[in-house]
Design a protein around this ligand. Structure first.
Ligand code: ADP
Ligand code: GLC
Length: 484
């Protein structure tokens, strides 16, 4: 079976969040299991710059595609996976992010950009007229940017199965009627059963309605999105399609996130050699200008600084705990108000709070390695990857009980201590106070060195590698199409 994996982000070439990590690791895990998988991505300028020129270029013959849309064939760096780029000077050859411009505003033509991407992908699935010499049996789509693909596959009646993965239901690709007309989408799709969504239309809804399987990135999130508010207005739709909705937990790429080999950190370590973890902590404190201290608990966060991630609660918690010995290292970007509040806290407390606004892969790894605790107070979290990385780095996660966080972290309580199953600190209630109590509980534990060390050992043993999740996707593909 030939699988085409369509995505709008791909580590290490273009990344705004976990989608990029998944789009890299899942195909690699599939290919390690001897499955044929090809990735297709928009040809953003920065990606083409990184990959360099290719002689393998194909042209489309589709009146619905702009004349400058072409296909380039590359190789995903350090792998045997083919990477196809849908290139277009007018749509993707620009400075800025995949979805937003340099000022952080959505590109005004996002609907156009991603509908053209979808139409190009559908051309590759056309059994008779694809410009590309290999044919595909199944397309695996990810998030709203690829939502129109299953819809067109159904419209044209191609014998190609489709899986649509929701990484975050809050981003639905919603646009208005004028945009719908501009994109020349079929008139019959403007109906509540198809794409129409509260007088607008949604790319994501198209993916849900028309694909053979809908997946979410954790089992708990698959259940949570059947109900408001986490359904984001789609509870009726998702209940209707519940029979084809499954949650498959993301994995972690332990080649990239491994404290024993991580090229970004100075001192490699394992569960048997945690003194080196402390050296990384001191190094991080030194590098960021924090007070050097082994005994002060250091709490890290690497995150998009947005409402979803509960960063407003974190700001207040940091403020409220300034009398404690605890130190904070935050890396992220997002909501300017939260960025400014955090920067202000760092200015006022330079020895205990460090805030770096921006995107920094190396620092992200150093924070995982150097922190004692890693905080993710998300309001909702479809899966979350950093808590999984944290477990492997012996950096105990403090998480809210939602989505993939609750599927991967076991709270410290009397029972779990006895059974040696606990790996972190979980809180339920959506308030600053609840987060603060969880942090205080974690800090109190930190001083109990022996108990702490035991939890670290358990955390570091957890195995969320991609092999297992890839196997679940393969089983799903098999049920959607011909046997592999
Ligand atoms: P989401 O996709 O919702 O942002 P995830 O936890 O699934 O959340 O994935 C986030 C990924 O992005 C992780 O690999 C994390 O390390 C990375 N990341 C987020 N913000 C930054 C940043 N400012 N610098 C470096 N890496 C970041
Ligand atoms: C989304 C979600 C995050 C998930 C990631 C990868 O960005 O917010 O929870 O881990 O996708 O699936």
């Amino acid at each position: 079976m030939n699988v085409l994996f369509a995505t709008s982000e791909l580590y290490p070439l273009i990344k705004t969040g976990g989608l990029a990590d998944v789009s890299y690791s899942l195909p690699l895990a599939m290919s390690a299991l001897d499955k044929n998988i090809t990735i297709v991505l928009p040809g953003y300028r920065s990606v083409i710059d990184q990959l360099g020129p290719t002689k393998k270029e194909f042209v489309f013959n589709d009146l619905y595609l702009r004349s400058d849309v072409t296909l380039q064939q590359h190789q995903l760096p350090s792998s045997n996976i083919t990477l196809l780029l849908v290139c277009s000077e007018s749509l993707f050859d620009r400075e800025g992010g995949p979805y937003v411009d340099a000022e952080g505003n959505d590109w005004h033509d996002n609907a156009d950009r991603f509908s053209q991407f979808c139409r190009a992908v559908v051309n590759l699935l056309n059994p008779l007229e694809s410009p590309y010499p290999i044919s595909f049996d199944l397309v695996h789509c990810n998030d709203w940017q690829t939502g129109l693909v299953p819809a067109f596959v159904a419209l044209y009646g191609f014998d190609v199965k489709s899986v649509f993965t929701i990484h975050n239901l809050a981003y639905q690709g919603v646009f208005d009627r004028a945009c719908y007309d501009y994109l020349s989408l079929p008139p019959q799709w403007w109906s509540y059963e198809y794409l129409e969504f509260y007088d607008n239309f949604s790319f994501l809804k198209a993916g849900v309605v028309f694909s053979d399987w809908v997946t979410t990135v954790s089992p708990t999130y698959a259940r949570e999105i059947l109900h408001e508010p986490l359904a984001c207005g789609m509870s009726g739709l998702l209940k209707h399609y519940q029979h084809k909705l499954v949650g498959i937990l993301n994995g972690a790429d332990y080649e990239v996130w491994n404290p024993q080999t991580d090229p970004h950190i100075k001192f490699h370590y394992s569960a048997q050699n945690l003194e080196n973890k402390t050296k990384n902590k001191l190094d991080l404190q030194r590098q960021l200008g924090l007070r050097l201290s082994k005994s002060a608990p250091l709490v890290g966060a690497v995150s998009r600084l947005v409402h979803q991630k509960g960063m407003d609660w974190l700001v207040e918690t940091i403020q409220n705990l300034q009398d404690e010995k605890v130190q904070w290292v935050i890396l992220g970007s997002g909501d300017p108000q939260i960025e400014n509040q955090l920067l202000e806290l760092a200015r006022a407390n330079p020895k205990t709070v460090s805030v770096t606004v921006g995107y920094n892969e190396t620092l992200a790894h150093q924070i995982e390695a150097g922190s004692d605790l890693f905080v993710m107070p998300s309001r909702y979290e479809p899966c979350g990857l950093n808590q999984i990385y944290s477990l492997r780095y012996g950096t105990l996660p403090i998480v809210r009980a939602t989505g993939g966080l609750i599927d991967t972290v076991v709270d410290v309580d009397e029972d779990s201590i006895k059974q040696e199953t606990c790996t972190g600190f979980v809180f339920e209630v959506q308030t600053t106070q609840a987060l603060q109590e969880a942090v205080c509980r974690a800090i109190a534990f930190f001083s109990r060195r022996k108990a702490w060390n035991k939890i670290q050992q358990t955390a570091m043993k957890q195995n969320f590698d991609w092999g297992h999740s890839a196997q679940s996707y393969i089983e799903l593909y098999q049920q959607a199409g011909k046997p592999l």
